[in-house]
Ligand binder design. Structure first.
Ligand SMILES: [Fe+2]
Length: 277
C-alpha cells in the first residue's frame, strides 16, 4: 500500500488517526447481471481491486480510529457489486460518502442527473446499508460529515442538515466524493490531462468550466451549490475537507488554514493516513 501521511492541527486533547481511502472501483458481476455488465466487469478485472481494498481495511482496523471512504467503492451498479458493497459498508469503523459510480449503470453512458441517480438508487433497494446522501458520525470529539456531491451539485436539504451538525458545536471534517474548486488543484489537474480535456471540481466558475458543453452543463453549479461551496470554505467550525474522484493525491488550502485532502485511488492501492491533533 502506498500510504501518504498528513496532519491536521485543530487542538484536540487526544490525537485521532484517520485512514482515508477512495475510488476502489470494484467491478463484480454474476449470473444475476446482464451481458453488458459482465463485459464491463471483464474489461476492468477485479482481483487486485478487492485485494487492495481488503489490505487498506485491515490496516485501518489495526491503526486507525476511523476509516473514511469517499466513494466510487463500486464501478457500476450490479447485484454482485451491491452485495460486496453491503458487506464492506457493514464494517463498524468505516464511514462512507457516495461517489458518482455508486449510481453508474453503464459507466459514461448517460447524462448523470437526479433522475438517473434515483433510478440507480431504486435498483439497489434496500440500499447499501449506509446512508448515501448525507451522514454524520462523531469520533474522538470530531464530527465527520459526509455530503453527496457525486454529480457536482448540492441540494438545499443538505445545507439544512449541515447547519444542524454545526449546531452540535464540534469541529467538523467534511467528507465529499468530488473535491471543491481551488485554483492550484485545478491547475494541477489540468496539467495532468490531455489538451482540451477538462477538470471536474465542484463550484467551478464560468472561466473554469469545461469547453465541452455536455460536461459544462453537468458541472456548472446550480441551485444552492455555489452557496454551499462558499459556506464550507468560510464556516469556521469546518476544519478540513476529504475528497477523491480525480484519482490523484493533492493537498492544498481551500482558504487559508483549511486544507482539502484529495487522495489517490484505492484501486492503485493509495491511501492517506491523516493524524488530527
Ligand atoms: Fe468519481
Amino acid at each position: 500500500m502506498e500510504l501518504e501521511k498528513s496532519t491536521l492541527q485543530i487542538g484536540l486533547e487526544r490525537p485521532l488517526k484517520i485512514l482515508h481511502i477512495t475510488d476502489s472501483h470494484i467491478a463484480l458481476c454474476d449470473e444475476r447481471d446482464n451481458e453488458r455488465k459482465k463485459a464491463l466487469a471483464e474489461r476492468l478485472g477485479s482481483n487486485d481491486r478487492e485485494k487492495y481494498l481488503q489490505e487498506q481495511l485491515a490496516y485501518g482496523r489495526e491503526h486507525s480510529d476511523l476509516i473514511v471512504h469517499t466513494g466510487d467503492l463500486i464501478d457500476f451498479t450490479s447485484h454482485a457489486n451491491f452485495d460486496f458493497a453491503r458487506k464492506i459498508l457493514a464494517e463498524e469503523k468505516l464511514f462512507f460518502a457516495a461517489g458518482n459510480h455508486e449510481f453508474s449503470q453503464y459507466v459514461g453512458e448517460a447524462y448523470e442527473d437526479f433522475a438517473y441517480k434515483m433510478n440507480s438508487f431504486r435498483e439497489m433497494m434496500p440500499g447499501l446499508g449506509a446512508p448515501l446522501f448525507f451522514n454524520a458520525r462523531i469520533v474522538g470529539g470530531v464530527n465527520f460529515v459526509s455530503i453527496d456531491d457525486s454529480y457536482h451539485q448540492f441540494e438545499p436539504w443538505q445545507m439544512t442538515k449541515l447547519q444542524k451538525e454545526i449546531e452540535k458545536g464540534l469541529p467538523i471534517v467534511v467528507c465529499l466524493h468530488a473535491p471543491l474548486f481551488e485554483q492550484s488543484l485545478y491547475d494541477y489537474h489540468i496539467s495532468l490531462t490531455r489538451p482540451g480535456s477538462s477538470t471536474y471540481l465542484v463550484g467551478c466558475d464560468e472561466e473554469h468550466l469545461p469547453d465541452d458543453e455536455w460536461r459544462a452543463i453537468e458541472i456548472r453549479p446550480r441551485g444552492i451549490t455555489a452557496e454551499m461551496v462558499e459556506f464550507i470554505k468560510s464556516q469556521p467550525q469546518i476544519k478540513a475537507v476529504l475528497a477523491g474522484h480525480v484519482h490523484f493525491s493533492y493537498v492544498s488550502d481551500l482558504v487559508h488554514g483549511k486544507p482539502q485532502f484529495v487522495t489517490g485511488c484505492g484501486y492503485k492501492n493509495v491511501a492517506r493516513e491523516l493524524t488530527i491533533l
